[in-house]
Design a protein around this ligand. Sequence first.
Ligand SMILES: Cc1cc2nc3c(=O)[nH]c(=O)nc-3n(C[C@H](O)[C@H](O)[C@H](O)COP(=O)(O)OP(=O)(O)OC[C@H]3O[C@@H](n4cnc5c(N)ncnc54)[C@H](O)[C@@H]3O)c2cc1C
Length: 372
Amino acid sequence: MKVVVIGAGLGGLALAQRLLDADIDVRVYERDSAIEARFQGYRIGFGAEGLKALYGAVQPRLYPLLEAVSGLVENTGRAVDSQLNVLGEKERDDDEGRMYDRNVLRHLLIAGLEEHLRYDMKLDRYEELPDGRVRAHFADGTTDDADVLVGADGAGSTVRRQLLPHVGIHDLPMYGAIGRTPINGFEHLIPGWSTMVSARNVQLMLGKMKFQRPPVEAAAELAPDVKLPDTPSYIRWVLLLPGTPKTLDLQPVLDLMADWHPDLKALIAHADVNNSGVSPIKEGDPIEPWPTRAVTLLGDSAHPAPPGGLGANLAMIDAELLADKLIAVRDGHEDKLGALAGYERQSCENGRIGRESAAQVFKDFAKLRAEA
Ligand SMILES: Cc1cc2nc3c(=O)[nH]c(=O)nc-3n(C[C@H](O)[C@H](O)[C@H](O)COP(=O)(O)OP(=O)(O)OC[C@H]3O[C@@H](n4cnc5c(N)ncnc54)[C@H](O)[C@@H]3O)c2cc1C
């Protein structure tokens, strides 16, 4: 069996690792020219279930490194106003989790996949072949045939647009200004696992990415063949703002915070601008199970939802489910379309969970804003 995965995000890489481990022929095609081609270094929180699925996608010899480069989830989260007065505290439902830098995690998930991963390979479309296989057509004119093609190509998925053209995806009239600031001098702003600053016109989410050990140092000692980026511990901040700009300009953000506590203004003013940017907030129509074929979807492509803290967790869980199904097909325990249909039902259910979580996050924001 041969599987072609479109997209080397967290979900596509996790699936490829699992398939490779099961000796299934897998190729990953990524449109970017390199893993670091775009700003992608933000903090991702994993709950117990997502973390378990992540560990299943990483080679066991790398477990000590995976733990060393994680951040711990500590104490309660808090909501504060723009002067840092505490508005409320929130226990985490699940304190077994860990924090990861997305860029560091992607490097870890690439380890061992190098010969199976090609960059600069943008999928244009796929073609279903008469024998039940699928042909991927890339922008450079090349093709690759597979028994199963997996669209792990994110919220704006090309694969989903062809497979499910009726599913709309909309930019919400707001954007996330996402940045990071070196942790030194700012750690006091986040005594727990996160701090949410709520003012009437702006909401600022703060999270701490404090590596248990610096990634480069930990890799050099625990797995010298793995190259991790030299990322220092940082405070990740996300501002939800109205509008849809293409680039991040800090001055208008600071203008909005003119009467805020000086430590909060300093946090934004000291941002590492090379690792800050803007992200449109997208919302997709709910997706119901579709007539199954040899093409399927995984992660954000299968359930595009506004960031609600669960997307990467669900991508890991999708990857586990889909890998198990594909292994069962390879071993003759299930037929291909039946196995994929079973996976897609569960993935759609994951999508529902993701949408509910995102809706709850937005509801909580609205409530805090009203209280601020
Ligand atoms: C600021 C922020 C904070 C977040 N925090 C959390 C969190 O705390 N917890 C959590 O669980 N989730 C979080 N998320 C969501 C999480 O990052 C995503 O859900 C997750 O990364 C989705 O992974 P994916 O593999 O499905 O897609 P992606 O990571 O989007 O990867 C898709 C890949 O496909 C490639 N691609 C796209 N089109 C093509 C094409 N045509 N051909 C070839 N390649 C293509 C892209 O270049 C990309 O590399 C956060 C998101 C943001 C923006």
